[in-house]
Design a protein around this ligand. Structure first.
Ligand code: CA
Length: 200
């Protein structure tokens, strides 16, 4: 299966539109557990990565985002109530909604996009989703707030139970972690990314 997936345009705190378009041909080209953590190419000076740990820095202006390259059949295209893992370790201080997971949602009852494609994104911010020691465990932490265009849910389970026709979008967008200056400039490291089952 060949899929083209990208990071969508992100609206910054101001009126600037940061186009974080990252065309990528996804495929099972890496061994299990080896999908590299990549920087968005939009503002490369704001992000460095060695494939496992990335540093995103918004102190010089603009945003930065990271994503795990490759197709993952235990995440993309899976019903939201059935996904098992989306977690990461972050160092640095939460600032507003930075940094945050941005997750593309395919709602089969929403005519905005056809099945498999993104109807909307939900956000999970480091500031409202962490264990106090930097672990952001979106799916399994019952205190992780899920922000959607239709309101905020207290955790992933309540989001999925209220939106039973939703899937992780399969065909168009990556799940990514971003800081874009919507809080205040900061520096964070992103590591130990677990998205579905590694390498699937
Ligand atoms: Ca839809």
């Amino acid at each position: 299966m060949t899929l083209i997936r990208r990071i969508s345009p992100i609206l910054t705190a101001g009126v600037l539109l940061l186009v974080l378009a990252v065309p990528a041909v996804a495929g099972p080209s890496t061994a299990p557990g080896k999908n590299p953590l990549l920087c968005s190419e939009a503002l490369p000076e704001n992000c460095t990565t060695n494939g496992k740990t990335a540093t995103i820095d918004t102190t010089i202006g603009g945003g930065a985002a990271v994503y795990q390259e490759g197709f993952n059949s235990s995440w993309y295209g899976v019903k939201t109530g059935l996904v098992k893992t989306l977690s990461v370790t972050v160092t640095g201080d939460p600032l507003g909604i930075d940094p945050r997971w941005s997750i593309p949602i395919d709602d089969r009852n929403d005519p905005t996009a056809e099945a498999g494609f993104t109807d909307y994104f939900v956000f999970v911010a480091f500031g409202t989703c962490n264990d106090g020691a930097g672990l952001v465990d979106v799916i399994n932490d019952p205190t992780c707030e899920i922000v959607t265009p239709n309101g905020t849910y207290p955790n992933w389970r309540t989001f999925t139970e209220a939106n039973t026709s939703t899937y992780i979008a399969l065909n168009d967008n990556y799940t990514f972690m971003i800081a874009d200056g919507s809080g205040a400039p900061g520096v964070w490291t992103i590591s130990n990314v677990k998205l579905g089952k590694p390498g699937k």
